[in-house]
Design a protein around this ligand. Structure first.
Ligand SMILES: [Zn+2]
Length: 531
């Protein structure tokens, strides 16, 4: 069986992505997570390039990793200099690691035009640097930069670079598609040519400029490469690096290469989300395997298939990578979506075919008016409850009024004008009708206060419910102020969060509907717990 080593460079190449910056603590935390999913090498940074990375390697010595080895990155010695006194190489030997990776030019044009040295001196730089590091007892990987472009232009020089690195003692030569524009068949052909020349273990480092980094990496593995370099979520310079979150499951689940254990693979989704949180990037919901929507089903046909046979519309069992299937309820849904969703929410729906059909029509009608339940499970659950003939809501809205007033204050006061909002709410609880009024810092806040005031008398525990997020979206932009508005509210009781939706041409009404749903949902849950 083929065996491969996973080499993660999220902490070095990954931070080259525009907008990512990790602190030393962030990097240490990410290293722990990488260890959990069982990558073999973690490239921690470039100690020769910045003081933050030097500090990282100092602190990383106290990290206890159970699977991964820490690696430091650097470049070959400078032209016409000595390896023993090269600052960059010294920083590598001082990093306190046993594995180092150095990058050097493996393209004739790059050596002459960018490095501005001779082809011969470039070879000497590579050989000297590897020999020096090997003499220090280190494991040395050589990143052959621009290998595939170089091979295309002048194959013999690029092959010579690999050979020189191997002769100098490199433990692996990593072939780099630095510009990310190589095609999979070119990768295979170049690797086959290298294998004819040398037996040194090979690696692949692919960038994603042609959207082929994962495909090229897998092609390289099929051609016999054993070290795989990549990053979590494919973060990296320009369009990114090869995405380990796709490569690891591809290797293990599709190619039967046992690079991590089942338990490690099942942590992949968590680690992907963790790294995006630390990078302060919204996790990409559409990433294969680990994205929130990677196993989400919206079309009714798909869901009806899924109910009969779980694998009918999914390529793997999502739990293998720590993800889970989701079903959306939307205007594309069929009856099956509603029943499946009800089951997912743990609701025993005694609805018959006709009632489900009625509910489906209602969902479609509400969606045509701007409601959307994809991201408002609590409102959807209420729809299901309301469809039951014996449903008794914890309260009913009779009516409300909101006044917004701009007032001038006496000149002595600091601010000459103030905005006042006041809401009057009529609510029925059982046989009683409550009439309350409250002020707020805005009309929605005033409504919230008035509604709570009315309900707190009956349900004192409602005091712990807080509104944590409030989002407004204009649905038909061309209509301007007359357009439909959707309001999404996220609420919390300190333990759980839930989301509700309201829609109307009137922003106050849309907010009111979402707000009332939020409180009704929570009261319903409390009731269920109490009885
Ligand atoms: Zn790179």
């Amino acid at each position: 069986m083929l065996s491969v080593q996973l080499y993660d460079t999220t902490l070095r190449d990954g931070v080259q992505r525009e907008g990512i910056s990790f602190s030393v603590v962030d990097k240490l935390n990410i290293a722990r997570k990488l260890d959990e999913i069982g990558v073999h090498f973690i490239e921690g940074g470039w100690p020769g390039s910045n003081p933050k990375d030097i500090e990282f390697f100092k602190k990383a010595q106290r990290l206890t990793l159970s699977h991964s080895k820490m690696a430091a990155f650097g470049s070959t010695r400078r032209p016409k200099a000595k390896a023993e006194t090269d600052a960059n190489l010294l920083a590598l030997t001082d990093a306190g690691v046993k594995v180092v990776t150095i990058v050097g030019k493996s393209s004739e044009l790059q050596a002459i035009q960018v490095l501005e040295t001779t082809l011969k001196e470039n070879l000497n730089m590579i050989a000297d640097s590897i020999k020096y590091l090997k003499a220090k007892g280190l494991t040395v990987f050589f990143d052959a930069e621009h290998f595939f472009n170089g091979f295309k232009a002048n194959p013999s020089y690029s092959l010579r670079v690999v050979e020189v690195a191997a002769e100098a003692g490199a433990d692996a030569v990593v072939l780099c598609d630095t510009n990310g524009g190589t095609m999979p068949d070119e990768i295979t052909a170049a690797i086959n040519a290298v294998k004819k020349q040398t037996t040194v273990p090979l690696g692949i480092h692919a960038h994603n400029d042609g959207e082929l980094a994962v495909a090229n990496t897998l092609a390289a593995v099929q051609a016999g490469v054993t070290q795989i370099q990549g990053t979590i979520n494919g973060y990296g310079e320009r369009c990114g690096n090869a995405n380990l979150c796709s490569i690891i499951p591809d290797l293990k689940l599709k190619m039967s290469i046992d690079c991590v254990t089942d338990e490690q693979l099942a942590k992949l989704t968590e680690v992907s989300h963790y790294v995006s949180e630390v990078a302060n990037l919204v996790p990409d919901a559409f990433l294969p395997y680990v994205g929130f929507n990677a196993f989400t089903h919206k079309a009714g046909l798909h869901v009806s298939g899924l109910v009969k046979w779980i694998d009918s519309y999914q390529h793997i069992d999502p739990s293998q990578v720590g993800n889970q299937p989701r079903v959306l309820v939307s205007e594309l849904s069929g009856k099956r979506n509603i029943l499946y969703k009800a089951k997912e929410l743990g609701l025993d729906l005694p609805l018959r075919g006709k009632e489900v059909q009625k509910l489906l029509e209602q969902v479609k009608l509400l969606e045509s008016r701007g409601f959307q339940y994809d991201n408002a499970d609590a409102s959807f659950e209420l729809l299901l409850h309301r469809a039951k003939p014996d449903y008794k809501p914890p309260f009913e809205l009779v009516d409300f009024m909101v006044v917004v007033e701009k007032r001038r204050r006496p000149p002595a006061q600091k601010s000459l004008e103030e905005m006042l909002s006041e809401a009057v709410v009529k609510v029925r609880v059982g046989d009683e009708v409550m009439h309350t009024a409250a002020e707020g810092n805005g009309p929605v806040n005033a409504l919230d206060q008035a509604l709570r005031k009315a309900l707190l008398r009956f349900y004192p525990s409602l005091a712990q419910v807080r509104l944590v997020d409030y989002k407004v979206r204009i649905l038909e932009e061309s209509v301007g102020t007359g357009s439909q508005v959707r309001v999404l509210i996220e609420s919390s009781d300190g333990v759980e969060e839930w989301r509700t939706v309201g829609s109307s041409t009137n922003i106050i009404e849309a907010s009111w509907l979402a707000l009332a749903d939020s409180l009704e949902y929570w009261l319903l849950k409390q009731y269920a717990k109490d009885c």
